[in-house]
Design a protein around this ligand. Structure first.
Ligand SMILES: Nc1nc2c(ncn2[C@@H]2O[C@H](COP(=O)(O)OP(=O)(O)OP(=O)(O)O)[C@@H](O)[C@H]2O)c(=O)[nH]1
Ligand SMILES: [Mg+2]
Length: 210
């Protein structure tokens, strides 16, 4: 892949029309899932987010955004993974697991959720990214969180990154890491856009000079 990418209103870059990357954002209540989604996508697509019934009494937000197929699941109850989310997680190219680093109780529940994800084999063949959110008010460091969650037991490409979704801290780096992991699976549309822009410019120049 290589090269830089341009922002398209939301932080996620536009993918080529042949790419479709499935991304799941999961986390406990209040962890920052909706805030992250709204940073990832642009204003027009924010209005297109649909709350879909995925199992009895369980809803998830879904939206297609410029080549990204985004699923957002709230881990309200421990059984939600088994009951409702597993089929979506198994199809995901990347799972983002977002944690509120300011909430000790949530951190403890997050470990239980990772235990379930592993027990259900939901993250063995995917890319797993833990976002240690709310760094602006954190009560635990990212290395401490990584140790506590025992991420070293994962058998897939994984990472933990400190972010503040609210302050937009480290979100560009997060997306760069995601793109690097997905290297080879996706093509960014901006390459095509650049070509189109160049050919349009050439045409305009030709028109102007003729
Ligand atoms: N201080 C701080 N607050 C944040 C950050 N990210 C999100 N929040 C706040 O945390 C609260 C919950 O954020 P949401 O994005 O609604 O979290 P959620 O995971 O979608 O919550 P539910 O849908 O209720 O499960 C909101 O008041 C956000 O403004 C952050 O980085 N720092
Ligand atoms: Mg939400």
């Amino acid at each position: 892949m290589g090269g830089s990418f341009t922002k398209t209103g939301g932080l996620l870059p536009e993918l080529s029309s042949t790419s479709l990357i499935k991304i799941s954002i999961i986390g406990l209540e209040n962890s920052g899932k909706s805030s992250l989604l709204s940073k990832f996508i642009d204003n027009t697509h924010r209005k297109a987010v649909q709350s879909v019934l995925v199992s009895q009494g369980v809803y998830a937000d879904m939206v297609n955004y410029k080549g990204w197929d985004i699923f957002v699941g709230n881990l309200l109850y421990p059984n939600y993974i088994r009951k409702a989310f597993k089929p979506y997680l198994l199809l995901s190219d990347i799972i983002i697991f977002i944690v509120d680093s300011s909430d000790y109780q949530q951190i403890s529940s997050a470990k239980e959720q990772i235990d379930i994800l592993l027990g259900e084999n939901c993250i063995n063949s995917t890319v797993f990214l833990v976002l240690a959110n709310k760094q602006d008010i954190k009560r635990i460091t990212t290395p401490q969180l990584e140790n506590y969650l025992e991420l070293s037991r994962l058998n897939c490409p994984y990472n933990i990154m400190p972010v503040s979704v609210l302050k937009e801290t480290n979100l560009d780096e997060t997306i760069k890491w995601i793109l690097k992991q997905l290297d080879g699976h996706i093509q960014l549309r901006n390459n095509n856009n650049n070509n189109n822009t160049n050919s349009n410019n050439n045409q305009n120049n030709n028109n102007n000079t003729s």
